[in-house]
Ligand binder design. Structure first.
Ligand code: CAA
Length: 387
C-alpha cells in the first residue's frame, strides 16, 4: 500500500524585514547575509500570530479539498509552544471543526517535531488506510535583536495531510535515524529566545547528515546519482548548501548539476521566509515541488534535523499530477502581499510580541479576512478568532 503526503499547506505572517536593511542596521556587509548566510528576507510575527494561529492558517490552505470526517490523527510539532500543558492540536481541532474522535497531541524535539509527527502518521495510516492524519509544524524562530542568530529568524507553519494513495509524494518504507545528547541549540522554560552555539550546530548538522545519508544509501542499496533531488532542513539556506556540497562530492557532472539545480529550486521559499524550525524542511520540499523540474516517480531524499540533536534521512517518490495539488500562485501571493517593515518597526513588533498581553486586553489583527489570529488572553485562556 502507498502512503504519503496528499496535501501541503503553508502560512507565513504578513510582515517581513529585508536582509539588506538589517545588514545596514547591524553594520554588516549585505553580502554576508545574502550570500554568506543565504537569506534574503525574514517573516516577522506580530503579537497576533503565534504557532497555533499559523498552524490553523496553514491547514486552512487545503481543508476544503479533503474529507474532514476521515481525519483520525492530528499532530502538532513545535519548538515554540503556546502552553506548557495543553497541545496546540486541540486549538487547531476546534478551529477546523474536526471530529471529537480525532487523536490530538503535540510533539517536541526542536526542528525535528514535524518529521517525528510524520513518521507516527505514516505508521498510523498504514494500519488504518481508511483514515488520514494532519501533521503540522509551526514555529517562530527567535534568537533576539542584535544577536548573531538574528539573521536566521523567521515565522511560519507547514501542514501536511498524510493518507493512503497520496497525490503528491509516496513515502518509502525505512529510514536512517541518528541522535546524540548535545547542546547546540536549546531554550530554557523561562526564555522566549533560543540559545545557540551556531558554529557547533552547523558542524553537528553536517556530521549527522553524512551519517544518515550514507547509512540510508547502504541500507537501500542506493547511489547518490539515484536521487533526482535532496531536500534539507534549512535554518538558513547556506547550511543546506554545505550539506548538498557534501552529498555531491566526487559525483559525475550530470548528478552534480541536477542536485545543485534542485537545491536552488528548493531554497527559494526558505530564503524569503527565514527559519520556521519544524516546518523548514517541508517548506523547502514545497519550494522544490513549485520551482524544480520533477517528474512522476522521481526519487527525493529528505534530511530532517532537530538540535539537541536528532536527525533522520528518508525518501519519497513524486506522484504523477502532483502539481495540480499545489497552490503555487497562492503561495507566491502570500509572500508578495507581505508588508515590508523598517528595522525600527521590526524591532518594536519583535519586542512587543515577546510579552504576553494582559488578561482581558483584546488584540486586533491586520491579516486578511478569514485568517485566524491570537486575539488575547481572557481569564488566563488564549483566544483565537478568524478575521
Ligand atoms: N560576503 C559573502 N560571504 C560572507 C561575507 C561577505 N561579505 N562575510 C562573511 N561571509 C560568510 C562567511 O565566510 C561565512 O561563510 P561560511 O559559513 O561558508 O564559512 C558566513 O558568511 C557566516 O559568517 P560568520 O560565520 O562569520 O557569521 P556569524 O558569526 O555571524 O554566524 C551563524 C553565523 C553561525 C549562522 C549565526 O547566524 C547563528 O548562530 N545562527 C543560528 C544557528 C542555527 O540556525 N543553527 C541551526 C540550528 S538547527 C535549528 O534550526 C534549530 C532547531 O533545531 C530548532
Amino acid at each position: 500500500m502507498k502512503v504519503g503526503i496528499d496535501q501541503i499547506g503553508y502560512f507565513t505572517p504578513n510582515k517581513y524585514v529585508d536582509m539588506v536593511d538589517l545588514a545596514h542596521a547591524r553594520n554588516q556587509d549585505p553580502n554576508k547575509f545574502l550570500i554568506g548566510i543565504g537569506q534574503s528576507k525574514m517573516s516577522v510575527a506580530d503579537a497576533t500570530q503565534d504557532t497555533v494561529s499559523m498552524g490553523i492558517n496553514a491547514t486552512l490552505r487545503y481543508l476544503n479539498k479533503i474529507n474532514k470526517s476521515k481525519v483520525g490523527l492530528l499532530i502538532f510539532g513545535t519548538e515554540s509552544s503556546v502552553d506548557q500543558s495543553k497541545s496546540g492540536s486541540l486549538f487547531v481541532k476546534s478551529a477546523l471543526k474536526l471530529d471529537p474522535s480525532v487523536r490530538a497531541f503535540e510533539v517536541k524535539e526542536a526542528c525535528f517535531g514535524l518529521t517525528a509527527g510524520l513518521m507516527i502518521a505514516q505508521d498510523f495510516v498504514r494500519l488504518h488506510p481508511d483514515q488520514t492524519a494532519i501533521v503540522i509544524g509551526s514555529d517562530i524562530a527567535r534568537y533576539g535583536l542584535k544577536t548573531a542568530g538574528e539573521v536566521t529568524q523567521g515565522a511560519g507553519s507547514v501542514s501536511l495531510l498524510i493518507s493512503s494513495n497520496p497525490r503528491i509524494l509516496e513515502l518509502n518504507e525505512g529510514h536512517s535515524a541518528y541522535s546524540e545528547d548535545i547542546n547546540d541549540f536549546w531554550r530554557p522554560n523561562n526564555s522566549k529566545l533560543a540559545k545557540v552555539d551556531g558554529k557547533y550546530s552547523t558542524q553537528v548538522y553536517l556530521d549527522f547528515f553524512k551519517h544518515t545519508f550514507n547509512d540510508y544509501k547502504e541500507q537501500k542499496n542506493l547511489e547518490t546519482r539515484d536521487f533526482a533531488a535532496i531536500v534539507y532542513h534549512l535554518p538558513f539556506t547556506k547550511m543546506g548548501l554545505k550539506a548538498n556540497r557534501i552529498a555531491i562530492e566526487g559525483e559525475d557532472e550530470e548528478t552534480n548539476a541536477r542536485l545543485m539545480d534542485s537545491f536552488t529550486a528548493a531554497k527559494e521559499l526558505n530564503a524569503n521566509v527565514g527559519n520556521i524550525y519544524t516546518g523548514s524542511l517541508y517548506l523547502s520540499l514545497l519550494s522544490l515541488l513549485e520551482n524544480g523540474d520533477l517528474k512522476a516517480g522521481d526519487l527525493t531524499g529528505l534530511f530532517s534535523y532537530g538540535s539537541g540533536a536528532m536527525a533522520e534521512f528518508y525518501s519519497a517518490n513524486v506522484v504523477e499530477g502532483y502539481e495540480k495539488q499545489i497552490d503555487k500562485a497562492g503561495d507566491e501571493a502570500l509572500l508578495a502581499k507581505r508588508k515590508k517593515l523598517s528595522v525600527d518597526e521590526y524591532e518594536r513588533i519583535f519586542s512587543e510580541a515577546l510579552e504576553d498581553p494582559k488578561n482581558g486586553v483584546e488584540l486586533v489583527s491586520d491579516e486578511d479576512s478569514g485568517k485566524y489570529y491570537f486575539a488575547g488572553i481572557k481569564d488566563d485562556i488564549r483566544q483565537y478568532q478568524a478575521k
